[in-house]
Design a binder for this molecule. Structure first.
Ligand code: ZN
Length: 405
């Protein structure tokens, strides 16, 4: 493929834990941006679980524009299998489908001979930790090594990291997406592989090297504290790229690998669609915090509203109506289930309908005599089986309490 026919991919990635405030910052400076189709830039977030909250993880996932990579349970360099798996499991626990938890970056970019072996044992699809360290061979950003598969180990100008301390063996079905270095206008290496101190000065000239070079993906590697300070500059640059180019795409790492498995020229490349703004953010607690932060509150994903936690009850209309929650003098739940009880006796009779088998007896005249027929109607209990009956009664109770106050 002629190099000018390659769609230029840009991968913006974030690392580390996730809390409501971080989500709000990423939303403000990245996800609120809209391209000509009304879509946000697609990004990848490598999540560790040191003080991570599940709700913003789920909010990010629900936008449909954020790939959730993993970054160990407690942000540990040179992690064990268990430390790697911990984040994968917790992402799943927060509601990210297991099949979409595919990529990894090592905390502190610290790995040793075991890291890739550990990743391979967990069927991780890609690692994106290794830094291309050959300035000249990379043409200072114009001739970067593309992401590559590891079935033959490490080849080309990507060494196994600065220390060379990876086992150079075959990792079938695994990819490495190198981290690309940035250089200043004098080709001096910027020491910061992530969180660029002079972003506004460097980003466009660095992008140009990729775009006018071999079009290897352009990586922008960030943390949320950097975004908090420099978000406006990043946003402005993204918007400018969206306005000025029709062959440049902000993609997740998996989008990038998908294209590499089936590379089509830019004329045929179809960027991922996005949800409507209402779908992306419709189910969110109110800004600016995007959280239900009152006493005894939690965000109920089923209703997309702030609700009262167990043993709390709403006052003044409850949190979704400008009220609040309290644990003072709440009605005790055991009282309410009682009224539901009367419904129960009828289903007991239900097993009787089995007699309808009788119709098989072709003796027609007898059929009308079986008056058992009316019984089936009450059998259709909304609350289901007896085992779920208690749950059904409880739900009604909660609803009753909400409405009453
Ligand atoms: Zn980190």
């Amino acid at each position: 493929m002629d190099v000018k026919d390659i769609p230029q991919m840009i991968t913006i990635t974030f690392d580390d834990s996730m809390q409501h405030a971080k989500f709000a910052t990423i939303k403000k400076f990245v996800l609120d941006i809209q391209d000509k189709r009304g879509c946000p830039p697609r990004i990848t977030h490598f999540t560790s679980f040191d003080w991570t909250q599940c709700e913003p993880v789920k909010f990010m996932y629900d936008t449909g524009a954020v790939e959730q990579g993993h970054h160990t349970g407690m942000h540990t360099g040179t992690p064990t299998v268990a430390q790697i798996k911990s984040a994968m499991d917790q992402l799943e626990g927060c509601g990210v489908p297991k099949s979409e938890i595919t990529g990894f970056r090592t905390p502190f970019l610290a790995y040793d001979a075991t890291t890739l072996v550990n990743l391979a044992s967990l069927d991780v699809i890609y690692d994106t930790t290794l830094i291309q360290d050959d300035d000249v061979a990379s043409g200072y950003g114009a001739n970067n090594t593309w992401p590559f598969t590891l079935e033959n180990g490490f080849t080309g100008s990507i060494k196994c990291g600065v220390t060379g301390s990876c086992i150079n063996q075959s990792y079938p079905d695994m990819w490495e997406i190198p981290m690309y270095r940035w250089y200043d206008t004098s080709n001096r290496l910027l020491n910061d592989i992530m969180d660029y101190p002079l972003f506004a000065t460097d980003v466009q000239q660095m992008f140009n090297r990729h775009y006018n070079g071999n079009r290897a993906p352009f990586g922008i590697y960030l943390h949320e504290p950097w975004l908090n300070k420099n978000g406006a500059a990043l946003k402005q640059w993204i918007e400018q790229i969206m306005a000025n180019y029709n062959d440049v795409y902000f993609v997740t790492n998996m989008d990038l690998l998908e294209w590499m498995q089936n590379p089509v020229p830019k004329s045929q490349y179809v960027p991922k669609a996005c949800k409507s703004r209402a779908e992306m953010f419709g189910c969110l607690p109110p800004a600016p915090g995007y959280k239900c932060d009152g006493w005894g509150q939690f965000f109920d994903f089923a209703t997309c509203k702030c609700s009262c936690m167990k043993n709390f009850c709403p006052i003044n209309g409850g949190p979704s109506n400008g009220g609040a929650c309290t644990d003072w003098n709440c009605p005790t739940t055991p009282v309410a289930p009682v009224p539901v009880a009367p419904v129960a006796p009828t289903p007991v009779a239900a097993p009787v309908p089995t007699p309808p088998v009788a119709p098989t007896t072709p003796t027609a005249p007898l059929a009308p005599v079986t008056p058992t027929a009316p019984v089936p109607a009450p059998y259709q209990l909304k609350c289901g089986s007896t085992s779920s009956f208690a749950v059904c009664g409880k739900r009604r109770t909660l609803r009753g309490v909400n409405e009453s106050s």
